[in-house]
Design a protein around this ligand. Structure first.
Ligand code: 2NL
Length: 344
């Protein structure tokens, strides 16, 4: 029996040593140390032994068990250690590699111009108002003194969704809506930036989608002088303190009188390609809010007056950055857009 037990121990230890992974090791544990294992089997023969021999064999059996158990534990931690080592080697990180910088984007040139203009007017006490791009005929046309049948509401010029709903053709409906909310109480002092839509054949200077910023001031005693002073501050801040503005008479259905506003060219009046040799560049349209527009929005046109203006940031950005084609703003060519990054 002693011989049998010693052989079992040698055999078990050899198998433990040879175990290639944790599963094999566990199978060995179950096979040798389990209740139905060979050690238990050998001890069943104890009945044939003398009273003297029995405790010795019991002790030896326990030694064998302990030796095999210890060998399994030792092998188990060795295998676990090996597994961790293998994983570490596989997932190794080279901390000396140079980092990959996250690519920072940049604001769209139109966004930059719009934000610069917004900041200018915020500095003069204006609030920014926004409204829907899908607009009702009433706010887009009717409330702006453009009654049914007016040529400016021609189906040819607008994207209609239904008879009464269209993509706004200017940001004026935002101003009409804002005035209405004031319920006849001044002052109103807002600028309205946003996307507008007209049916147009796209070319270098026309786009069916473009950007507009309109401004509106309604209060008691607002005069044409306030309009001129405001636009002069605006033009000098945007283009430079050395620039002048001039007003020329014009016509808009929603203002009376109406003006076209030019800023003096950076050529200093000598005449160049940009100002087409005139010394002046047209930058916006403006005027005194038509009394009909005030009345339709709920303002008493005897008590209140106002001025309004509208400009195209697309055109201003083209002038400012020397861009020759309006389509660059809307075709999302990253090579074009990247030129407006402030760093890199
Ligand atoms: C232009 C001219 C203009 C307005 C827009 C306006 C809005 C209301 C009342 C009166 Cl609610 N006027 N807006 C006035 C004059 C000119 O835009 O050339 N825009 C690109």
């Amino acid at each position: 029996m002693e011989q049998q037990l010693k052989e079992l121990q040698t055999e078990a230890l050899a198998k433990v040593e040879a175990a290639a992974d944790l599963k094999q090791l566990n199978d060995i544990r179950v096979a040798y140390l389990g209740k139905k294992g060979p050690i238990t089997e050998v001890l069943k023969g104890m009945g044939k032994l003398s009273a003297e021999e029995r405790p010795k064999m019991g002790a030896l059996a326990n030694e064998v068990r302990a030796a095999v158990s210890a060998a399994i534990e030792g092998k188990q931690s060795a295998l676990e250690q090996q597994a961790i080592q293998a994983q570490l080697e596989k997932e190794t990180v080279d901390v000396t590699l140079p980092g990959r910088p996250a690519r920072a984007g940049n604001a769209h040139p139109l966004t930059k111009v719009v934000e610069e203009i917004e900041d200018l007017f915020i500095g003069m006490g204006y609030s920014i108002a926004e409204g829907p791009e899908v607009e009702m005929d009433y706010y887009n046309f009717e409330a702006l003194n453009l009654p049914k049948g007016h040529p400016a509401r021609d189906m040819q010029d607008s994207f209609y969704i239904t008879e009464d709903i269209l993509l706004r053709t200017h940001t004026s409906p935002v101003q009409a809506r804002t005035m209405e909310k004031h319920k006849g109480q001044g002052p109103v002092k807002i600028i309205c930036p946003g996307k507008v839509y007209r049916r147009d054949n796209d070319d270098a200077t026309h786009s069916h989608q473009f950007t507009q910023i309109e401004g509106l001031v309604v209060d008691e005693n607002i005069s044409m002088g306030d309009l001129k002073g405001t636009l002069e501050v605006f033009a000098k801040k945007l283009f430079g303190e050395d620039r002048e503005i001039r007003l020329r008479p014009s016509f808009f259905p929603f203002t009376e009188p109406s003006v076209e506003v030019d800023v003096s060219c950076m050529c200093g009046g000598k005449g160049c390609r940009i100002c087409k040799e005139t010394g002046w560049i047209e930058i916006l349209g403006a005027g005194m809010v038509h009394p009909n527009v005030l009345e339709m929005a709920g303002f008493d046109s005897q008590k209140y007056t106002g001025f309004a203006f509208g400009m195209g940031p697309d055109r201003i950005a083209m002038l400012k950055y020397g861009i020759d084609d309006i389509r660059h703003f809307y075709t999302d060519d990253i090579r074009f857009l990247k030129q407006f990054a402030e760093h890199e």
